[in-house]
Design a protein around this ligand. Structure first.
Ligand code: SF4
Length: 234
């Protein structure tokens, strides 16, 4: 029964505009198997942290904001990695769909056992963090095959997808990097858009508080003009 299905949640954001189409109720799930060097949410890493909620409790919260969603908005499950709790993610999405709320999955695509989550997913934000396996292994903690296989699954399911990449000066900020990214993802019909996000260091205080070294602390932030320029190659 859905009332029995619980998940660990780090936090909620009530009216977000950056995490999927339209206005969204964003749920940051607790737990991530990866350790991206540029992660903005290290507080979500520990899979035993956060607070337990039932899927029904999440639905109750989302319903309070339904009037703001308009045609495109809805719920986004983010993290952490929502696919680390696939049963809970599927149940929340199922309940939302039953209540006419659009469902968006924000994922790294590195988890293969995803239960039936994709049967209830209307839209996907998929991180393709770098275009080489080397960088994935060095700066993410998995290979590039997982996310690309996940993209193939999204394509087979016909789930509209926005591919996202954080641009980090010195790592993935050249025209050549953009061409590689484009060639890796553009063959999939499900990809509606490639979004480039500037590397920022607002998260440094979270690392300091947690006593974790932020390896990119000396890397400059990415400027908007760099992002605009790189978009020309997509
Ligand atoms: S996948 Fe997301 S939450 Fe997990 S470490 Fe990477 S950026 Fe952080």
């Amino acid at each position: 029964m859905s009332a029995d299905i619980t998940g660990r949640i780090s936090s909620f954001q009530t009216l977000g505009t950056l995490d999927g189409p339209g206005v969204r109720f964003v749920v940051f799930l607790q737990g991530c198997p990866l350790r991206c060097v540029c992660c903005h949410n290290p507080e979500t890493w520990d899979k035993n942290g956060g607070t337990l909620y039932t899927a029904e409790q999440v639905l109750d919260r989302v319903l309070r904001y339904k009037a703001y969603f308009g045609e495109k908005g809805g719920i986004t499950l983010s993290g952490g990695e929502p696919l680390l709790q696939p049963e809970f993610t599927a149940e929340v999405f199922k309940l939302c769909r039953q209540n006419g709320i659009n469902t968006c999955l924000d994922t790294s695509g590195c988890v293969t056992e995803v239960n039936n989550v994709l049967d209830y997913t209307d839209y996907c934000l998929l991180d393709i963090k770098y275009s080489t396996d080397d960088y994935y292994k060095k700066y993410v903690g998995c290979g590039i095959d997982g996310p690309l296989m996940f993209l193939k699954r999204l394509d087979e399911k016909g789930i509209p997808t926005r591919v996202r990449q954080v641009i980090i000066p010195g790592l993935n900020d050249t025209a050549e990097d953009m061409k590689k990214l484009k060639s890796a993802v553009s063959k999939y019909y499900c990809v509606e858009e490639i979004e480039l996000l500037p590397f920022r260091k607002l998260c440094i205080s979270k690392y300091e508080k947690a006593g974790i070294d932020f390896l990119f602390k000396d890397t400059p932030e990415a400027s908007q003009s760099l992002i605009d320029n790189l978009k020309n190659y997509l």
